[in-house]
Each structure stands twice: as C-alpha cells, then as structure tokens.
Design a protein around this ligand. Structure first.
Ligand code: 8YV
Length: 323
C-alpha cells in the first residue's frame, strides 16, 4: 500500500514501514505545500501528518483510497474527524508517549513566567546586569502556591504530580476524578470561575474543541488575581490571545507562559513580542528525545495496524468505526 509522511521523523520506525509499504516522505523541514499534499493524497492509503497539516473535509474528499490518518501528536484539532469517520477513515494520535515531556515544559513555563526568567536572561545577555540588588527582578513564588489545572487528563495529572514536589495546593475543574483526587491530594472546583479566582497559577491542558475555543477570554482573565500566572501548553485558540495581550499590557495578571498560539508560527508583528511579562516558546511541548521517538513509534504503529487489518493502539474514532 502507499503511505505519505509529511515530515522526516526521528527514529527508524519509518524505515521499518518501508519494508511493508511504499512510503514517500516529504523531504523538507517545512510544511508540505497544500497543493502538493492534495496531489499526494489522491494516491495514498495512509497518511502520517503533523499539527501543521490541516486535513479538512475538502482534502479528505480528494483522497479516495485513504484508510488511516495517523497524527504525530496527541491533539488532533487539525483533522476533520467527522469527515474522516463518514468515510470510515481511522484517525489516530499519540497519547501517553509525550505526557512527561509536555508536563515538564508546562512546569518550566510556570517557573520561568513566575520568576521572570525571560527578562532576567535578556538582562544578562544584553550586558545590562550592573549589580546584585534586593529589588532586581523580583517575581512570584511558586512553592506552596495554588495551582489550578484546567483539564485533568494525562498531561494535567502529570503537572499535578510535579506540583506535589513544590508543596502546592492543586485545584482542578472539569469531570470529577475522585480516585485521582485522593492519590494526588487535589481539590475539585465545580466551576472554571472558582478555579480562576482561587489560583495563583493556572495551567491549561484541555484539547481544542468548539467548547474550549476561547475558554479563557476577557471575562475569565478579569477573575484572575493581579499576581496570577497563566500557562498554556495545549492549543493557542483555547485562549483569546487579544484579550490576553490586553490583560498582560494592563498588568491585570502578573505574567503568562505560552508554548502555543492562535496563529503558528507567531506572526512577526504580533503584540505579544512587545511584552516583557510573557515567556514565548515555539510549540516545543513534546520536543524531548524520549517523547519524539515514542511519537514516531506510535504514529507508525497506528498506521501499520490499520493498513495491516489490526486494531490501532490509539485511534480517536475507533468506536464510531467499530474497531
Ligand atoms: C506535537 C502537540 O509536537 O501532541 C500534540 O498535540 O501539540 C505536540 O506534541 C505536534 O502535535 C506535532 O504534530
């Protein structure tokens, strides 16, 4: 069968795939131009794609033989799952293997934003550090503060585990999870509003869906403490970015740490770049060696399973397809 892979991936799983199928890999380190992707999809049975590939209904309609879309990542908002399901195409993702990497990054952003690492690093690099001072770059404490986790899935729970080491009080909202509450000593908030009011640090771990788009907007930011920190390692559009810029600019919250944006890469003229109370990372949540190898293995295994008539290990529309 024919497979198209939209990026060169670390590890040797793609080479192993070549032993079974005809595999074409986009050789450049930039997204496949949409017209080329459309052309490739005319022929293929399997697609392995990343967050930068927008696999919409129109593209799916132009892929008559497609049986599996294997996404290199846990979030799959870049794929029209309903359109795929209607065509009985399996949509697969890579949960689990990137949990620790993403939680590490979220916790790093918490500390970086709270302790003003971005400003501090720049001060040293730009040779503006003139003396130790009791008032130099004083930030917010992290240990013993209250962390609010929005979306207690695998990554949210991994962040909560890290917070225990910092003696933090951890709140969460969403579906109640009594077992996890007990295991990790968490407190449940019945509403997002309550969590936002109570937290010193808010970390977002929800998938992007119509229900979570702009979950954090002007009204929600207004509920946060003036000393609060917002961290987003989920999807940019979970936050109304214009409202966040306004809140940061007016110092209505203390700082933010972002790995994801409404438009990626962040446009050159984006106002976030002008603010000193935000740490900006280029969507590298899962970018550690272990996670990336695990993602390749799982994405390839998902693809192989569907093409070879087995049940894929991680398929988001498995029940709809009876897999
Ligand atoms: C990936 C991610 O780097 O897993 C996700 O949802 O956002 C990242 O871990 C990205 O999806 C690459 O395709």
């Amino acid at each position: 069968m024919r497979v198209y892979v939209t990026r060169q991936l670390p590890g040797d799983a793609v080479d192993r795939l070549r032993a079974e199928h005809t595999v074409e890999v986009w050789p450049e380190d930039r997204p496949v131009p949409p017209a080329l992707l459309r052309q490739a999809l005319r022929e293929v049975d399997g697609l392995l794609c990343t967050v930068v590939d927008h696999i919409d209904a129109d593209l799916i309609a132009a892929a008559p033989h497609l049986r599996v879309i294997s996404n290199y990542g846990v979030g799959y908002d870049n794929i029209d799952v309903a359109a795929a399901t209607a065509r009985r195409i399996a949509v697969c993702n890579t949960p689990g293997v990137l949990t620790e990497a993403t939680a590490d990054l979220a916790f790093g952003l918490i500390i970086a934003a709270a302790r003003r690492w971005w400003e501090a690093e720049r001060l040293v690099r730009e040779r503006r550090w003139t003396s130790w001072s009791p008032t130099l770059l004083v930030g917010q404490p992290v240990a013993r503060r209250t962390l609010g986790i929005v979306g207690l899935g695998k990554i949210g729970r991994a962040v909560a585990r890290r917070a225990r080491g910092f003696s933090m009080e951890v709140l969460y909202t969403g579906r109640r999870q009594p077992e996890t509450e007990k295991e990790l000593g968490l407190s449940w908030c019945s509403t997002l509003e309550e969590l936002l009011r109570e937290s010193d640090i808010v970390s977002l771990h929800v998938p992007l869906t119509p229900a979570t788009r702009h979950l954090i907007g002007r009204e929600q930011l207004a509920l946060m403490k003036p000393t609060a920190i917002l961290v987003n390692t989920s999807r940019g559009a979970v936050v109304d970015q214009a409202a966040l810029v306004e809140a940061l600019r007016a110092r209505r919250i203390f700082a933010a740490g972002l790995d994801v944006y409404e438009i990626e890469p962040l446009p050159d003229d984006d106002p976030l770049r002008e603010l000193d109370n935000v740490v900006l990372l280029p969507h590298i949540g899962s970018a550690d060696t272990t996670a990336r190898l695990g993602m390749t293995e799982l994405a390839v295994e998902n693809l192989r399973a569907v093409l070879n008539g087995r049940r894929p290990p991680a398929c988001v529309n498995a029940s709809a397809l009876g897999l």
